[in-house]
Design a binder for this molecule. Sequence first.
Ligand SMILES: NC(=O)C1=CN([C@@H]2O[C@H](COP(=O)(O)OP(=O)(O)OC[C@H]3O[C@@H](n4cnc5c(N)ncnc54)[C@H](OP(=O)(O)O)[C@@H]3O)[C@@H](O)[C@H]2O)C=CC1
Ligand SMILES: O=CC(=O)O
Length: 321
Amino acid sequence: MNKPKVIAYQELPDVAVNQLKEHVNLIHIKNLEQDYKTFLNELKDSQGLIGMGLPVSADLLEQAPELKIVSNISVGYDNFDLEEMNKHSVMGTNTPDVLTDTTADAMMALVLAAARRVPELDRFVKDKKWTEMVGMEEYGIDVHHKKLGIIGMGRIGAAVAKRAHFGFDMEILYHNRSKKENEFGAQYCSLDDLLAESDYVLLMAPANKNTPPIMGEKQFSQMKESAIFINGSRGENVDEKALIKSLKADQIYAAALDVFEKEPIQTDNELLQLKNVVTVPHIGSATFETRMKMFDLAMKNLLQGLNHQEPVNLVNKEAIM
Ligand SMILES: NC(=O)C1=CN([C@@H]2O[C@H](COP(=O)(O)OP(=O)(O)OC[C@H]3O[C@@H](n4cnc5c(N)ncnc54)[C@H](OP(=O)(O)O)[C@@H]3O)[C@@H](O)[C@H]2O)C=CC1
Ligand SMILES: O=CC(=O)O
């Protein structure tokens, strides 16, 4: 029997490539931007796609008449146009849970890095500016016993709340579209109240193309001047111009960002010039252990879909109804 044809559209470790090759006829495209023509050519008779973040649009689906499943190696699936995928009976899957703790660890790292100015002071030492005992110019602000407001208290939000509450004695506020079970003494509140009261505001809600960014000029102006904003969700959730404006006007104290409107970030993005901004390149889940778990789960989803089973992490049941 012919193996199904699958395109892996990003660089994968050898072990992952070899595992995939056992089950599918694999086309491995390591640099999608560079090899986009080859990708489009191979897409014409491919049954599966696996990778991270490829926009699955009406246009792409038109060029993939045999496509059955797109397996994301990510929990976020804002790259899927679900309506179009349903129309074309193309399944979409994601990788929840296996990355929750790793991403929560990364969010705590961002909180601490911004509050204690770790990247800035690392540069200070390496630039040989540490010539006497540090003074107020180098002080940071406390994390412990402060108030953390989480917008998007789902799997990852709750894992951050657990760390913050038990590890740092923080008080937790949260805002979701719907109130959920109270965890770690977390208080549900409106977005307005969360922004006005929190010392740290963590954005962890999925992106939604049909609604305006969650954080815009009005929302940043509602935050405390001493507050730190952390975005671990998606760049689309934030009006970056508004964030830059509020940072430059000292309307908020600092920001720590794992995600950006455009990724990789444009080199002329003003965020890169601001001292009170910590930037990392979308690394929430990027550890060896977790990326392998994500890959294993994505492969399981992919093979289930190609073998006419319902994938364990199918996000659009409508595609198979
Ligand atoms: N930086 C990185 O590397 C990573 C980023 N992510 C991002 O984190 C997101 C969350 O992942 P995960 O926790 O597993 O997902 P979950 O689905 O478990 O949690 C998402 C939560 O957000 C809430 N939510 C959705 N929309 C809004 C909104 N407009 N305002 C406030 N709350 C909202 C949901 O509750 P309700 O429906 O009641 O509103 C839900 O509780 C992913 O979608 C992805 O974008 C994930 C992993 C790594
Ligand atoms: O951004 C990463 C994800 O898993 O979603």
